[in-house]
Unconditional design. Structure first.
Length: 339
């Protein structure tokens, strides 16, 4: 082994390189993990005990000589201008801008984080659903307009299979399998057969929440809504609830917030009313609880749901919903500071 080391010492002393590629090849040959010196280090374990000291000294001398020779050649290139050791030669020759999270993802995460502080956990379900979980279990009548082909995407040749129109289907799946108390939030993509325009799309995103337990009241719902609005839009935000109708809640309401552009004074965005609608809510209808196997005489609950695009519009004043799905980099870069 000593003879082999002496031979390599002579080779290293005579090393030459005409360019950076040749220099890198020499470094790999002698100093890499699979190079000549590493191979000798691996064979060192087989050296007789009485020779280890002498062989070890030669090995260290070889390694130091090789490293010194490579460094000397690098300095020569640096002095002649052939290569700049301060530059990573493997780096891309042009700057690549880092990506950013989509505004829909930013707002959806913010909504989920707010409800997480109220004790809600995230629940998810399939986007391709059946009629029971999307409509029937939620107290939709057989002749309800939402079942019409103009609103819902049905799978061809099987009217029982469809693309979910709301994430309420996740709530019914959870209620079927889990005993109360239930406190979940259901974010996800939904689909409706609508003409695409600046204010509507055939797919969009929703976040819905469900709380089922003993003695849950409308007052609990109102307090959760007030906390949510103030956390998302600011502590000066006010809310109001207007009576409404949904098949799966009774009583039902729509919630408005004070316009965050004019502070409630009235502007074109809020149509000079000072209020902007953001979500629907209500107490879970007893029929829905019974359909999912929950005793409505013992348990009550509230549910609420909102469109993420709608909330994003309010936060960032985006005037065209189509911009969220066009992936225009100029548009998306505006949200880098929101990450």
């Amino acid at each position: 082994m000593i003879d082999r080391i002496k031979t390599l010492l002579k080779e290293v002393d005579e090393l030459k390189a005409n360019n950076a590629e040749e220099l890198e090849a020499l470094r790999i040959k002698y100093l890499s993990k699979k190079g000549e010196i590493s191979a000798l280090m691996n064979d060192f374990r087989n050296v007789a005990a009485e020779q280890k000291r002498e062989v070890g000294q030669f090995l260290n001398e070889l390694k130091e000589a090789a490293q010194e020779k490579i460094n000397t050649l690098k300095e020569e290139f640096s002095n002649t201008g052939n290569v700049d050791t301060d530059i990573d030669l493997s780096r891309t020759s042009y700057p690549i801008a880092l990506g950013t999270r989509h505004p829909i993802s930013i707002v959806k995460k913010e909504i989920c984080d707010i409800f997480a502080r109220l004790g809600f956990s995230i629940a998810e379900g399939p986007e391709i659903e059946d009629d029971w979980h999307v409509f029937s279990s939620l107290n939709f009548a057989e002749d309800h307009p939402a079942r019409d082909m103009q609103d819902t995407f049905f799978i061809q040749h099987n009217p029982d299979v469809l693309l979910r129109t709301h994430t309420s289907s996740v709530q019914t799946r959870v209620m079927e399998k889990q005993e109360p108390p239930i406190r979940i939030i259901c974010p996800g993509r939904v689909y409706r057969n609508e003409a695409i325009s600046y204010r509507a799309h055939c797919f969009f995103h929703q976040v819905e929440a469900l709380y089922v337990d003993k003695d849950v009241s409308f007052a609990d719902l109102k307090q959760a809504l007030l906390f949510f609005a103030k956390e998302l839009f600011g502590q000066d935000t006010k809310i109001r609830l207007r009576p409404s109708y949904f098949p799966f809640t009774e009583p039902s309401a729509e919630m408005d917030i004070s316009c965050n552009l004019c502070g409630g004074k009235g502007c074109p965005f809020c149509k000079h009313t000072g209020w902007v609608e953001i979500l629907g809510c209500g107490m879970v209808d007893p029929n829905v609880l019974e359909n999912c196997g929950i005793n409505s005489k013992i348990y009550t609950g509230y549910a609420l749901g909102m469109g993420v695009e709608r909330i994003t519009n309010l936060k960032y004043q985006v005037k065209d919903l189509r911009m969220f799905s066009e992936n225009d980099v100029r548009f998306l870069r505006q949200f880098e500071s929101a990450n």
